[in-house]
Write a protein that binds this ligand. Structure first.
Ligand SMILES: O=C[C@H](O)[C@H](O)COP(=O)(O)O
Ligand SMILES: C=C(OP(=O)(O)O)C(=O)O
Length: 353
């Protein structure tokens, strides 16, 4: 007999989960957290607009897979941020959603137990609990918005947002970003295409309409006002793109389109050939460019963890090494601290006037 099913042929299960409002009731904000987020959103905007001359540094693990290790990292970063606050504004990379080139672990929200059980509700709970902890510490957070529904659950705790290289050209991501309250950075494409990131700036500045969920979890049409607090992020492509000539080229492109010449440099990814130790070379080039008078580079991204390197997720999770990345190669905390202190010290003359 002919199988006449016409839908859900490739769907194996469907499960309703907690609503955004219910998750927020479980992990509510207090005054300290709200103060952290307001300051984080406002300061990143001021740096983007050039009103605050400090360099924004988005630094932290490639991905969060262990909430305890992330809390330990956040405590260290908070201390360092107090120390370097005259020239650098440190904001922690707290990335819960990983875009993959093909397949692989997709982050804490998607698979919090790292065993393909994909307990997404538990992932959302762990993510929100961690964000509340970091906000309570007084440290602002940066995250990538990859899934277009999850912002309803956690975005109130995020002060800066990335749209990744694999989704910068996606209309759905641009529409979602047009409604975000934070500054949003768009990466160039994995092949190095910068035009898709520049086009994204124009798209997200406009109001949009799209279908998502509301805080009660009902399907809703979201109408956005458009977000003009946006910028491009140079992450390298077929070749690195942080050098003086590339940066000038992108500044000119932005200027020709009447867009603000504001650029963040990602020291990792294709700019480092995915080798964590190369991030210091990128940082050195940024330092030289700033000292030579560059005013378009306002921010940096660095991938760093408690311990250096990376590891494959083992079958036997008891052999997972604590504080080591399960995605991209990361700098160790001590190297990160040393590198940022040196950078802050070297660019200090720019802040002494
Ligand atoms: O930032 C992390 C990775 O570079 C990104 O998620 C892609 O990873 P993959 O190429 O290993 O899938
Ligand atoms: C996935 C990331 O970067 P990209 O989109 O540049 O590959 C990331 O920053 O974690």
């Amino acid at each position: 007999m002919t199988d006449k099913r016409i839908e859900n042929i490739n769907v194996s299960a469907e499960q309703t989960i907690i609503t955004p409002n219910k998750l927020k009731e479980l992990y509510p904000l207090n005054e300290t957290m709200i103060d952290t987020i307001v300051a984080g959103q406002q300061t990143t905007k001021n740096i983007l607009l050039g009103k605050d001359k400090r360099i924004l540094v988005v630094v932290g693990p490639c991905s969060i897979h262990d909430v305890q290790a992330a809390k330990e990292y956040a405590q260290k970063l908070k201390r360092l941020s107090n120390e370097l606050k005259d020239s650098l504004y440190l904001i922690m990379r707290v990335y819960f959603e990983k875009p993959r080139t093909t397949v692989g672990w997709q982050g804490l929200i998607n698979d919090p137990y790292l065993n393909n059980s994909c307990e997404l509700e538990e992932g959302l709970k762990q993510a929100r609990e961690l964000l509340c902890f970091i906000a309570e510490l007084g440290l602002p957070v940066a995250s990538e918005a990859l899934d277009i529904v999850t912002p309803q659950y956690i975005q109130d705790l995020v002060s800066w947002t990335a749209i990744g290289a694999r989704t910068t050209e996606s209309q759905s991501h641009r529409k979602m970003a047009s409604g975000l309250s934070s500054v949003v950075g768009f990466k160039n494409g994995t092949d190095g295409n910068i035009d898709i990131a520049i086009n994204a700036l124009e798209s997200v500045a406009s109001p949009h309409n799209f279908i998502s969920i509301n805080p009660e979890g009902q399907v809703a049409v979201v109408k956005t006002k458009g977000n003009t607090n946006t910028h491009i992020i140079l992450r390298g492509g077929k070749a690195p793109n942080y050098d003086v000539a590339s940066v000038r080229d992108y500044e000119n492109k932005l200027q020709k389109l009447g867009l603000p010449r504001r650029i963040m440099i990602d020291c990792s990814h294709a700019n480092s050939f995915k080798k964590a130790s190369n991030q210091s070379l990128v940082l050195k080039s940024v330092e030289d460019q700033l000292l030579a008078g560059n005013t378009s580079i306002f921010g940096l991204m660095i991938e760093s963890n408690l311990h250096g390197g990376k590891q494959k997720i083992p079958q036997d999770l008891s052999s997972l090494k604590y504080g080591v990345s399960v995605t991209d190669d990361c700098l160790a905390w001590e190297e990160t601290e040393e590198m940022l202190k040196q950078f802050a010290n070297n660019i200090a003359p720019l802040y002494s006037a």
